[in-house]
Design a protein around this ligand. Structure first.
Ligand code: AMP
Length: 283
């Protein structure tokens, strides 16, 4: 599998692709790849001539040093997994390659969407995401880039970034892949013990409870019950909110569609999840 490490290698390769009129799909990741990542790569492979997967644990988006240190790094296994998909190449830069000194970057104001939910609980996180994705988009210049709805707020911010810096890339949101028992796949799941993993199932259970009670309970009742499901499983809830799918603002009344977003600590491991909750149409 072709694995690039430097910006120069990417630039040369990218020029050749343009000369050959090849369509490039891009999947940015932090590695420790699982079937969720793979679903993005496979979609990108279907829709483009070639797919670049970046693997870079971005220090600037971690607001806790301990979380950065503990983040799983499994490059060999990642390469083996990607070997199963044709026309995929990897970009696995060092930090110095990713952030060369003197590379211009004008931070953008994320507005309110950047300061709620993950933005509120993880100060600086989205600034770090925007910084790295800006540099990756500018270098790689794909026609399409693929992001998971698992990181729903991030996807909204990437769309904003793409418009703000006028990259003109088509941003494709992809559905969340789950284990058969409902747990959203995440690189961080590798850090869970088997009992923690069992407790972590309370997150998807709580969101499904909200899904099933749209319009039946009040939003506050549904939220309180869902929070109880998570706390009773021994997790430390960071937030559980029911928000508008576009603005991500808290709702006090049900709409046709809303997103239930959760972040909770399962032991030391912080997990996030979300699902679309729709009101049942009564006929
Ligand atoms: P990460 O390596 O966690 O930064 O994730 C890289 C990309 O994969 C992001 O766009 C994530 O939203 C996406 N992703 C992570 N987990 C899943 C999942 N379970 N299903 C679908 N996409 C995912």
């Amino acid at each position: 599998m072709q694995t690039f490490v430097t910006r120069d290698e990417i630039s040369l390769w990218r020029k050749q692709l343009a000369q050959d009129h090849k369509k490039l799909g891009f999947v940015p990741t932090m590695g420790a790849l699982h079937a969720g990542h793979l679903s993005l790569v496979e979609k990108a492979a279907q829709e483009n001539d070639i797919v670049l997967v970046s693997i870079f644990v971005n220090p600037r988006q971690f607001n806790q040093q301990a979380d950065l240190q503990a983040y799983p790094r499994t490059l060999e296994a990642d390469i083996a997994l990607l070997n199963g998909v044709s026309n995929v190449v990897i970009f696995a830069p060092t930090e110095a390659e990713m952030y060369p000194q003197n590379l211009p970057f004008e931070p953008m104001d994320l507005g309110e969407i950047g300061s709620i939910l993950e933005g509120e609980k993880r100060p600086g996180h989205f600034d770090g995401v925007v910084h790295v994705v800006h540099h990756l988009f500018a270098l790689i210049q794909p026609q399409k880039a693929y992001f998971g709805e698992k990181d729903y707020q991030q996807l909204a911010i990437i769309r904003q970034l793409n418009a703000h810096y006028q990259f003109g890339i088509e941003i494709i949101g992809c559905p969340t892949k789950r284990d058969p028992d409902g747990l959203a796949m995440s690189s961080r799941n590798l850090r869970l013990s088997s009992s923690e993993r069992a407790n972590a199932l309370s997150i998807s259970r709580a969101i499904r409870f909200v899904q099933e009670n749209v319009g039946l309970l009040s939003i506050n009742e549904a939220k309180n019950e869902a929070k109880n499901i998570i706390s009773q499983a021994g997790l430390k809830l960071d937030y559980l909110e029911i928000v508008d799918p576009l603005s991500l603002k808290n709702l006090s009344n049900w709409q046709a569609q809303q997103i239930c977003c959760v972040a909770a600590f399962c032991g030391e491991v912080r997990l996030i999840d979300n699902m679309l909750c729709e009101s049942v149409k009564l006929t």
